[in-house]
Design a protein around this ligand. Structure first.
Ligand code: NAG
Ligand code: NAG
Length: 364
């Protein structure tokens, strides 16, 4: 039997040989095409092998229920209550999140002393950008007496190229330090450093402003949403921080300490009312290189992805273990919960339908 098979095999040796030569000629370009097209996917899928996860945070448990006194809440955290609350300054670098700014400032208004907002007239990638904060003054008139605003003169990139977004971003943080010092902040006040779409909850801030013993620098662990509060991704958002202000305090949006305060608010990414705002953000932010094909910016494609809870850049989740990665493959599951969201959002549900369950259709 074996000999016979071998003989049959040898009879086919000729075409085999041809395959040995032609095969690679066909396969090689296919591989190259595959790697060009899917290289990023392959590399993201293998992230658990080539990347090490960021050092883990030490989570501070967070206690809160309606109507429990601040006194008691402070003591549950091992802190004591101050005689007077700290003043709070909220500093953001604004791009084009007009609706989230509206929700943010209404949420924080009762406790914040000054809203510090810096807006650039270009995107981080060096494209001209209308001064959307300045153009929407009317919507923010309710907070006028608390606003300290500044404009950052950006640079326009030569046509066909990008400015280095991380360079422009870091220059804006320096300009932000100057603006903060002009706001009237004093040592011992509380300063929030976050993006517009990273919104601490009111009860978190009340606790941090009233309790003695709060760490001087604290990350805020925020519930992460994508496109609206209908698509709840996970708890992974950590970049927002609170600082007890001192001479060394500098505006940053990166890892600053190992401590993180649990369940401290919301981070709603790409939560825009109009598709044009998605396009502006996709081409203007620090990861604009993720727009790998012109079709990524097609309105129809973006609208479909929003309603399906799928990724705008056709990317895999950034995870550091295969278990987490596989758990998160595929679209973000839809949620029908609109519980524990910013109060102003629910009080004005008609105005913000697009952020609530069932509201995925956007205007241009
Ligand atoms: C919370 O406290 C207020 C005032 O003390 C009271 O009127 C209200 O019924 C309380 N709510 C709950 C849920 O206990
Ligand atoms: C941005 O502002 C600066 C300073 O006002 C100005 O010189 C520059 O032309 C502006 N750029 C754009 C794109 O509007």
């Amino acid at each position: 039997m074996a000999a016979q098979t071998r003989r049959t095999g040898s009879r086919h040796r000729r075409p085999h040989r041809v395959l040995i030569f032609v095969g690679p000629l066909i396969l090689l370009p296919l591989c190259v095409l595959g790697i060009l097209n899917y290289g990023q996917k392959i590399s993201y899928f293998l992230r658990p092998i080539w990347d090490t996860p960021p050092a883990t945070f030490k989570r501070i448990p967070h206690y809160y229920a309606e109507n429990v006194s601040v006194d008691h809440l402070c003591s549950l955290h091992g802190w004591s209550k101050l005689a007077r609350p700290r003043r709070i300054y909220d500093a953001i670098i604004f791009s084009n999140e007009v609706d989230l700014l509206d929700i943010r400032w209404h949420e924080l208004y009762p406790l914040v002393t000054k809203f510090i907002v810096l807006e650039a007239n270009t995107t981080f990638t060096g494209k001209p950008k209308p001064l959307l904060f300045a153009l929407n003054q009317d919507r923010f008139a309710f907070a006028r007496s608390k606003i300290v605003s500044g404009v950052f003169p950006g640079r326009i990139a030569k046509s066909g190229s990008y400015e280095d977004p991380f360079q422009l971003e870091s220059e804006q943080r320096i300009a932000m330090n100057a603006l903060i010092r002009r706001s009237g902040i004093s040592n011992g006040d509380m300063l929030i450093m976050s993006d517009t779409d990273e919104i601490p909850s009111l009860n978190t801030l009340r606790l941090l402003q009233w309790c003695d013993g709060v760490p001087p620098v604290l990350h805020l662990e925020l519930r992460h949403y994508m496109y609206s509060f209908e698509f709840s991704v996970d708890y992974s958002s950590w970049r927002a921080t609170t600082h007890i202000f001192g001479p060394q305090t500098r505006y940053r949006h990166s890892r600053q300490t190992d401590l993180i305060f649990s369940d401290a608010g919301w981070h709603c990414s790409f939560c825009f009312r109009r598709i044009d705002d998605f396009v502006l953000k996709m081409t203007g932010y620090s990861h604009a290189d993720r727009v790998r094909r012109e079709e990524f910016l097609s309105h129809k494609r973006i609208q479909n992805l929003i309603c399906r809870g799928e990724d705008l850049f056709d990317m895999l989740p950034e995870e550091y273990t295969f278990q987490e990665l596989i758990k998160k493959l595929g679209p973000i599951p839809r949620s029908t919960s609109a519980v524990h969201l910013p109060a102003y959002l629910l009080e004005n549900a008609d105005k913000f339908r697009f952020l609530l369950p069932g509201g995925c259709q956007r205007g241009r």
